[in-house]
Design a protein. Structure first.
Length: 99
């Protein structure tokens, strides 16, 4: 009974993290597309970039760094947990990575 409960909890946790990762990815894609489209259809001087375009690109850089860091943290969370359990020397199957 306890094993079934652990599987259910793990499944729910995986679904929650998947929703979070997909939401961050969606935010990143929408931000990138909207800022690029906003900058793309404006005439530019060939030598200088306008101040508003510099601000848009700065915002884009910040959003990308935030999203990449968050997704990397989510992805690395389970790997770090598994590595810590393996280093502790647990012999059960939950500590072994699955392919």
């Amino acid at each position: 009974m306890e094993e079934n409960s652990n599987i259910t909890i793990s499944l729910i946790e995986a679904k929650v993290w998947a929703v979070i990762a997909l939401s961050l990815t969606f935010i990143l894609v929408v931000s990138v597309v909207s800022i690029i489209l906003g900058v793309l259809f404006v005439e530019h001087d060939m030598e200088n970039i306008s101040p508003i375009d510099e601000k848009f690109l700065s915002i884009l850089k910040d959003v990308m760094m935030l999203s990449i860091g968050a997704v990397g943290g989510i992805a690395g969370r389970q790997g770090a947990k598994t590595a810590a359990e393996l280093m502790k020397g647990k012999d059960d199957d939950s500590a072994r990575p699955t392919a």
